[in-house]
Design a protein. Sequence first.
Length: 501
Amino acid sequence: MTDTLLSYDDVLAQFDPALGLEVHVELNTATKMFCGCPTTFGAEPNTQVCPTCLGLPGSMPVVNAKAVESAIRIGLALNCEIAEWCRFARKNYFYPDMPKNFQTSQYDEPIAFNGFMEVAVPIEGGDVESYRVGIERAHMEEDTGKSTHIGTTGRIHGADYSLVDYNRAGIPLIEIVTKPVLGTGAKAPEVARAYVGQLRDLLLGLGVSDVRMEQGSLRCDVNLSLAPTGSDTLGIRTETKNVNSLRSVERAARYEMQRHAAILAEGGKVLQETRHWHEDTGVTTSGREKSDAEDYRYFPEPDLVPVAPSREWVEQLRSELPEPPHEKRARLQTEWGFSDLEMRDTVGAGALGLVEETIAAGTSPQAARKWWLGELARRANESETELAALGVTPADVARVQALVDEGTLNDKLARQVLDGLLDGEGSPDAIVAARGLAIVSDDSALGTAVDNAIAANPDVADKIRDGKVAAAGALIGAVMKEMRGQADANRVRELILERLT
């Protein structure tokens, strides 16, 4: 069944949106939250498990100190208060990917709370609007296992059978929950995307996670509700689960706004439920009715002592925080000489870190930006993939540009090298060799092609002899065509002028 949607303009004419964003961040600790099992991504299913993370009788959890440190660093970077004393709780529910039938989490006593983040949203003309997103809490918990439903739908409903991999069960998670985000109007979907994007940059800068959305190490639940324009009461919310790209965060928020509005405009009532986001079709579908806190029967975890970080430790961690992302962007813009619009587009494309690493590898700022926001951004848009997930590294791009600077490639040939990188054909140098892409600068080969071009275009040759040197461009083009774009254009021009002037 296809949902009825109201046009976006009609949504804004009748309703005010309220956002709530819950971001789950897998920490990059070497071991799990409560045991010593490794956390390596992509290991064979069920090979990184032990009695503790499988919840076997008699096993006892021990808190990962590095995960606590990372949680405090995240809280401080989000301008949160850090609890002097907090504890874990059991969140009880049955699901196959929860081997203990409860999740060890934090409930009413999170380690970090009451913070905020200033979020910059691009607007027309290269400027930005700033929105303050309040942070309700950032709390520690453990991840669940991963269920794979085998069948045509890929969902549990209609599956032939299901498989469970417990390698992920117990990996340290930080869940960052915003306060209701109000007053965003038409910009609500863009604010949601910008918030998650800036949060990803902040976490990457802190070094606490690799924030690979395509691998699930950063996942966002998008909560949305609508209320009649001017109302002081929030509407009924839905929660779209596990959205795993910035583009999809924006699309999911927009879709739910239009779906809610269509229901409300017809006098209906929005069902409080979880929703599934479908990347391929750009729609959400119903999951399950949303549980309230009391449904989970929270109670303090009896096997873990409370966490009480000393104020001295907290202040030490505060003093070691890296440069805030907004200050870093301003500094880099000055160092790179980017205009406001260039910097805005770089940040908006999720390319800031990629450009920074490419420059660090020896490429000029404008060249790094050219490749990431030009050719590679186009490929990412075509495949609906995040730039960082393309499989091309900053070191690859830096090497491609170095080959251009050395005269081995021109931009046209460099694009073919990028094709090879995207197809997994090896390093840039290996691709140049395998595809025979290097520019030909040998005078013998070029001279033959130049003579052929002059013979085939006598009228153009006469113009050059008469002093119209600009006409040489036509002959250069003919030579480049014969040489399949691999001629050294500057040397070709020199040879043409040597023969005709």
